[in-house]
Structure formats: structure tokens, C-alpha cells
Design a protein around this ligand. Structure first.
Ligand code: BGP
Length: 480
């Protein structure tokens, strides 16, 4: 067994536009649905808004310099659709596109390969107002217009493209990731309809990259948690297989087989949840082939059998808003199919996410065995409370332990034959969490702000910064 990663393996980290950039209404940008959703979570929970976030818009040069200092050879970030097309369609915003030209040029000049995500939860608000956003098929044509423009603009500079971030998570947490009017929030079929529109958008983007980018490679970035059975009782094992079908294979079968997973689709049909599929949709999906799969892996999940019966109804994933272990507001339940539950064998973060490095290897080997396509990690990380000490340091040994365990798991998967392109943990810098504001931090670089006070967003290297620097310099051999 070799001790290092393959030559040319990409090391970096990730962010997304609305969580990092700030400048939400600056230089011609108009709101995205995340600007609106996050104003609401500020009112409800006191979590920071996306207005300033980590202010990367004004700090990008400093951020890229820090990434270079860490030795990054890749940076995965997303383009904000509403910065480029403030109204979703129509006029391009010259200052908006210029920001991404400058960022990408800065990265390339620093020897860092840009990995661009086209869509990370931030649909232009105008499109939500116009027709309900992802609820309406019109969004696919508008996405195509946006994607064609951006891909053409960067076709000679960006080789790796990811399409729609975390469709599976959007289905689970649809009101956090999409603006859904209250009167529709009980119409759960719409979750799968949105996802179907995203499948079409994904296929369109794959085709565009293949058509426009010389040597371009494209794939989805999927939020993925392998599912273990709670016990070795046959019913629990069957439940885990059902959960795997509806939570994971339902997405990956689309990307790599061009079809909906049969067991999952049958379940959705039986419960009036299946998406409406129009003539030609599946052909388009089959034409939009993926070159790789990007994975956002944080945790594994656990499932048990759930009989049908009185008082049991379909429920979707709960969330822990408080950051106190055990405060999760419930588990996804599909009576007669499966129920998600806590894995008693794994420790969790303060927000109840199971910590499971072995699950990383399990996932990578399983996916590579089944689909045979190269994989990259575009997210993986520990959400934690960090303390800025009086001498201006952040001693985040817990994050180092987490990352070490997961990098070792990636390496074990490579040693067993899995083709891996990149490891980009979440996140390069501290940023706005999708569900928990600024207190839950993931960055290798600390951003000095709180939920209430944006302060100056000063950048400070955490202990994990120096540790990752050594890991990269040794191509993954020195993880001490
Ligand atoms: C993924 C998202 C990211 C990110 C991360 C951590 O689902 O792609 O945008 O934020 O999870 O989640 P959270 O911010 O809710 O802790």
C-alpha cells in the first residue's frame, strides 16, 4: 500500500456564493431566494443573513492568497446566478460577471484549478416571483440560458463543472433550500417535481459542457449519506435498502443510468408523490451524461423498519437548530418502506450529524463498484463551535481529527481501486451555514464575525490551516 495519493490529485476546499460572498445587493446584483430565506431565519432564529456573509466579494484576493499559502490545487465555489443575470434572464450584469472573471484569473494565476458549481440553492428571486422558481418547468429554459452564458464565458479557463448542488438535500429540506409559499408546503409531490426539473437542468448543463468546453468534465454534486440498517434483523436491512433507493439511488441512477430507480419510483407512485414526466424528458436526461460524480459527504445515516399503521405518516428530515446534541426535530419516515433513526454506534456533532469516516470509504467503494465513474469530494467537514483565543488563535484539533479520519478513508478507497479526482472539504473559509447561521463553523480559515455583528470579517488561520498545509505538501502522506 502506497502512503501518498496519486500524482495530480487535486487538494482544495469549497464554498458557495450566497454563503461566502456577501455583497448581496452590490454592483447590480439583485436578490436570490437565499437572500429572502435568510432574512427570515434571521428574524426567526437570529442567524446572520446572506447580506454580508463572509464578505468574500471584497476579500477574494486575500482568500485566494491564503488558499495558495495552504497549497491548494483546486477551489470549488459557485457562481451566483442573480449576480450574472440579476433578473434571472435578460441583461447580463457586467460587474457581476467581471467579479467571476477576476476570481477565476486570480485562482489560475495562483496555480489553483477552479471547480465551478453552476447552482447552489440561490435562484434569482425574480424567477420565484414570476413563476414560483423551480416549481415551474420554465426554470429549465432560463437555467439553460444562464448556464450557456457562463459556460461559454469560462470555457477556456474552467475544466471541471458541477451542475446542481445537492438535489437530494433539496428534496429533504425543500423550504430551506427553495422558497416555497406556505400554502404549498404540505404538497409533498412538489418536492419530487422540483427535483425532476433539476434533473432536466442537470442534463442540459452536462450537454452544454460537452458541447462548449474543450476537454470539459461535468457531474452533479450530490449530498450523499450511505444508509446502514439499525440491526441485522432482515426487516431493518430491507428498510435500509429502501432508504438507500429513495434517498440516494433515486439520484445516482438518473445521472448514470438515465432512469429513475424503480423501487423508489414505485413507492412514490403508490403514494401520489411521483413527478409528472413529459414526453422527451427521459431522452434529455439520457443525453446529459455525467463524467464524474462529486460527493458532499458529512455523515452516514441509519434506518429501521417502519410498519404502516395508525398514527404513522410520511415525514421528512428534521433539523437541529440549537446546536445542542439530541435537539433534532425528528426523522424522515415512510411507513411501509423505512424510518430513519439515530445510529447508536456513532458519536455526533453538536448538531446531531453522525461522525463516520468509515462511511466515506463505504460510500466511495459502493458508488465506484456500481457506476464505475471517477469521484471527487466537494464537501466534507465538521460543523463546530470555534473559539478565538486571546492570542488570536483557533485551536480546532477536533476538526483536524475529523479531516484526518476522512482523508485516510479516501486513501483506503483509492487503494482498493476507486478513481478519485479531488478532495475539497467544506469549507475554505468560515461561512454562513445553511441551517445554523455563523456559530456553526466549518472553515480552515476563521472569519471574524458573529451572527449579529459582521465586524470586519478579518481572516485568521486556524490550527487546521497549518495541518492541511502539511497534508497537501506531502500529497496526503503527512496527516500527523
Ligand atoms: C451542504 C451544503 C452546503 C453546506 C453544508 C453544511 O448541504 O451544500 O451549502 O452549508 O451542507 O450544512 P450546514 O450549513 O447546514 O451545516
Amino acid at each position: 500500500m502506497s502512503s501518498a495519493f496519486p500524482k495530480g490529485f487535486l487538494w482544495g476546499a469549497s464554498t458557495s456564493a450566497y454563503q461566502a460572498e456577501g455583497a448581496a445587493l452590490e454592483d447590480g446584483k439583485k436578490p436570490s431566494q437565499q437572500d429572502i430565506i435568510n432574512q427570515d431565519s434571521y428574524k426567526q432564529f437570529g442567524f446572520a443573513t446572506a447580506e454580508i456573509a463572509s464578505d468574500q466579494y471584497h476579500h477574494y484576493k486575500e482568500d485566494v492568497a491564503l488558499m495558495k499559502e495552504m497549497g491548494f490545487t483546486a477551489y470549488r465555489f459557485s457562481i451566483a446566478w442573480s449576480r450574472v443575470f440579476p433578473d434571472g434572464v435578460g441583461e447580463v450584469n457586467p460587474k457581476g460577471i467581471q467579479y467571476y472573471r477576476d476570481l477565476i484569473d486570480e485562482l489560475i494565476a495562483s496555480g489553483i484549478e477552479p471547480i465551478v458549481t453552476l447552482y447552489h440553492y440561490d435562484l434569482p428571486w425574480t424567477l420565484v416571483q414570476k413563476y414560483g422558481g423551480w416549481l415551474d418547468r420554465q426554470v429549465v429554459a432560463d437555467f439553460e440560458n444562464y448556464a450557456r452564458y457562463v459556460i461559454t464565458e469560462f470555457k477556456d479557463k474552467v475544466r471541471y463543472w458541477t451542475t446542481v448542488n445537492e438535489q437530494s438535500i433539496i428534496v429533504q429540506y425543500w423550504t430551506q433550500k427553495c422558497y416555497i409559499p406556505e400554502e404549498l408546503q404540505e404538497q409533498h409531490q412538489l418536492r419530487y417535481q422540483i427535483n425532476h426539473h433539476m434533473n432536466l437542468a442537470h442534463a442540459v448543463a452536462c450537454k452544454l459542457v460537452h458541447e462548449l468546453v474543450p476537454g470539459g468534465l461535468v457531474g452533479s454534486a450530490l449530498g450523499y449519506a450511505p444508509v446502514y440498517p439499525l440491526t441485522s434483523h432482515a426487516e431493518d436491512c430491507m428498510a435500509a435498502q429502501n432508504a438507500q433507493a429513495l434517498r440516494n439511488d433515486y439520484y445516482t441512477d438518473i445521472y448514470f443510468k438515465g432512469e429513475y430507480n424503480k423501487a423508489a419510483m414505485r413507492y412514490l407512485e403508490d403514494h401520489g408523490l411521483a413527478p409528472v414526466i413529459q414526453e422527451g424528458d427521459m431522452e434529455l436526461i439520457r443525453e446529459g451524461t455525467s463524467d464524474f460524480l462529486a460527493l458532499n459527504y458529512y455523515a452516514s445515516e441509519c434506518a429501521k423498519w417502519c410498519p404502516e399503521g395508525e398514527g404513522r405518516e410520511i415525514r421528512y428530515s428534521g433539523v437541529n437548530r440549537s446546536g445542542k446534541k439530541g435537539d433534532i426535530s425528528g426523522f424522515e419516515t415512510h411507513p411501509g418502506f423505512y424510518e430513519m433513526c439515530k445510529n447508536p454506534n456513532l458519536d455526533t456533532t453538536d448538531w446531531d450529524w453522525a461522525i463516520d469516516p468509515v462511511g466515506m470509504e463505504y460510500m466511495l467503494r459502493d458508488l465506484y463498484n456500481r457506476y464505475g465513474k471517477p469521484l471527487m469530494i466537494t464537501e466534507n467537514g465538521l460543523g463546530a463551535y470555534d473559539t478565538l483565543t486571546e492570542d488570536g488563535k483557533i485551536h480546532d484539533g477536533y476538526r483536524i481529527d475529523y479531516l484526518r479520519g476522512h482523508i485516510q478513508a479516501v486513501k483506503r478507497a483509492i487503494d482498493k481501486g476507486v478513481e478519485m479526482i479531488a478532495y475539497c472539504p467544506w469549507s475554505a473559509i468560515d461561512l454562513l451555514s445553511t441551517s445554523n447561521g455563523m456559530k456553526k463553523r466549518y472553515g480552515l480559515i476563521y472569519v471574524d464575525r458573529t451572527d449579529d455583528a459582521p465586524k470586519d470579517c478579518a481572516r485568521i488561520r486556524k490550527d487546521s490551516f497549518y495541518w492541511y498545509q502539511k497534508a497537501i505538501a506531502s500529497n496526503g502522506a503527512d496527516l500527523a
